[in-house]
Write a new protein. Structure first.
Length: 593
């Protein structure tokens, strides 16, 4: 754990002074008032607007979104670090309800815009005065076939409060409150999810085993209600895609990502065809650790040294900033703001949500990062990952509200690139063979985690949704699917124990998002391609990369990536990433010999 260091907590006062700040209610009231006025002014007229009036309407819509988003974002961030606080639970619910009410005043605009006739819509997407909104309008057009009537869309939004949003919050509240008993140093401790997971990288093999058993046994003891949450959320998705006319469960995610289902399937199939890379690495790891024939799942994250180097938060901060600065000082300057201006919350504590995330908010506000730092090198990489997101959002603030947020796969490119910068920096600053092996193993294991495992997660999710579509699934059925997909990934290189079958139930991505995990694989392979270009042009590439990040969501992924010479629709594109990963594995094998 971190030593000689105060708690690293974010300061949300740039949003509101406190959770009782009267400006929260004032902003919600103002957003509702503006939304009501907007509806009275434009309802029934959207498709027939001249372009100059549409420009004014879109700018007004952005203003309403900006005001409305602030209270709910503040409530979410406050709740995330103190999920057991009933006052924050109430605030989060209250802000979510008002945000939904505000949104429902505006639904008509989205519905009428999508329902415009071809000739009406053509006026908007060709009008010079609407040029900054052309991509936003084009995306709306692709979603039009899956949009319902205004009344139905309003009903959907209202039912989310007692439907999927409520189940999301229940899952978060239950899992954030879980405590995991484990004996450490002769003392039984009650650890958080993040703390017990961190023990899986300990040199002590028995401690790793007990950490895995504690983690999954506690989730198993809560599996009745958590399985019910999964079943309900999966059924909600089935109903939703049926009503909206989607052909397959992953199609809404593909449309939101502005990618075709074909390119997602190509990415996943190419990844599965390369599962042997992961198996080859773990066989080598087992040999190096003296565990041939008995390499178990709780050994996957085992360190190569008996004494794992621990880092204070200040040391991890310095590493990340130096790594970013070596690439381009502009990245360092932006990242430094998160520390000096307290835009980051990094200390694990009871009631705090596990894992890590970056909330980009909207262009009018700066982003915030949540992490759970426990002093491991992995945690430093997590900081680099989330600050990659933070820098991306910060640079994209030059875009308008409707073109601000990148698609999820593109958002993950920036975060994985942050990790690559840290890995490269560590390799270059110290030629010690031991450190070189550690960093190379980290790069390979991170690739396995964010490419292979995330594709495996997505395959499990596809199969779990298909199983749920046939009727309520039991936990044992989800367990079986989980182990089948894990076996495909790890083959005979890794052996599993009974508790490991509960891995799926501890992954919040399956609850909070649909088919989100493929985005990590997309991003990591794209990042490999970007990093190759950086190594070929170290002086000219940083400016192009920063321009890519500043694009936010102003265009389709293939257009933005095309500015740096990449094409994700090239059939050979994904395999080239695995070829680079094989090169890393070869370097590691040589360093280990």
């Amino acid at each position: 754990m971190m030593e000689n260091q105060g708690e690293i907590r974010w300061d949300l006062s740039d949003l509101y002074a406190s959770t009782t700040d009267p400006q929260i209610e004032a902003d919600m009231a103002e957003a509702l008032k503006l939304a009501d006025e907007f509806a009275r002014r434009y309802r029934g007229r959207v498709a027939g607007m001249p372009p100059d009036e549409m420009l004014g309407a879109l700018e007004e819509l952005e203003r309403i979104y900006t005001i409305s988003y602030k209270p709910s974002s503040f409530a979410f961030l406050s709740f995330s670090v103190d999920t057991e606080n009933p006052e924050l639970q109430a605030l989060f619910s209250r802000c979510s309800e008002v945000a939904t009410e505000t949104y429902n005043h505006l639904v008509f605009f989205d519905v009428e815009l999508k329902a415009a006739r071809d000739e009406e819509f053509a006026r908007f997407v060709t009008a010079p005065e609407l040029s900054k909104y052309h991509h936003y309008l084009s995306v709306k057009r692709t979603l039009a076939p899956h949009t319902l009537s205004e009344a139905e869309e309003r009903l959907f939004a209202q039912l989310r409060l007692t439907g999927i949003s409520a189940w999301n919050q229940l899952y978060t509240e239950i899992t954030s409150a879980l405590r995991f008993p484990i004996e450490v140093g002769g003392e039984v401790k009650q650890l958080t999810d993040a703390e017990v997971r961190s023990l899986r990288t300990e040199p002590d093999r028995d401690l790793r085993r007990r950490a895995g058993e504690s983690l999954y046994s506690v989730y198993e003891s809560n599996s009745r209600v958590l399985t019910y949450v999964f079943n309900t959320i999966f059924q909600d998705h089935k109903i939703t895609i049926g009503l909206r006319g989607f052909r397959e469960p992953i199609e809404p995610t593909a449309l939101e990502s502005e990618l075709s289902t074909d390119v997602i399937e190509l990415l996943m199939a190419t990844t599965e065809a390369n599962y042997g890379i992961a198996q080859e690495y773990y066989r080598l790891k087992a040999k190096m650790l003296g565990l041939e024939g008995n390499f178990r799942y709780y050994d996957v994250l085992a360190p190569y040294t008996k004494e794992e180097t621990r880092y204070s938060f200040a040391e991890a901060q310095a590493l990340v900033l130096d790594a970013f600065g070596q690439f381009d000082n502009r990245l360092r300057e932006i990242a430094e703001k998160f520390f000096t201006q307290r835009w980051i919350d990094a200390t694990p504590r009871p009631g705090k949500r596990g894992g890590a995330f970056c909330d980009g908010l909207l262009p009018a506000y700066h982003p915030y990062v949540l992490a759970n730092f426990t002093g491991r090198l992995d945690d430093a990489f997590t900081i680099a990952h989330e600050l990659g997101h933070g820098i991306h959002f910060y640079l994209a603030r030059q875009q308008n509200v409707l073109s601000y947020e990148p698609t999820t796969p593109m958002a993950e490119v920036a975060s994985v690139f942050g990790e690559m910068l840290l890995a490269d920096y560590l390799r270059e600053r110290d030629s010690d063979p031991g450190l070189q092996r550690i960093v190379l193993s980290k790069m390979i294991e991170e690739a396995i985690s964010t490419i292979f495992r995330q594709v495996m997660y997505t395959r499990w999710e596809q199969r779990a949704h298909a199983r749920r579509a046939a009727g309520v699934a039991t936990a044992d059925e989800y367990n079986a699917l989980w182990m089948e997909e894990n076996s495909k990934l790890y083959g005979s290189a890794v052996s599993f124990d009974a508790p490991d079958r509960w891995g799926w139930i501890s992954i919040p991505h399956f609850v909070h998002y649909r088919f989100y995990c493929f985005s990590y694989a997309f991003a990591h392979l794209v990042t490999f391609a970007l990093y190759k270009k950086f190594r070929e042009d170290r002086s000219g590439f940083p400016a192009r990369h920063i321009e890519l990040l500043a694009s936010g969501g102003k265009d389709r992924p293939e257009v933005i990536l095309g500015t740096v010479g990449l094409n994700p629709y090239d059939p050979d594109f994904w395999q080239r990433g695995f070829d680079l990963l094989r090169d890393l594995l070869r370097d590691f094998q040589q360093s280990a010999s």
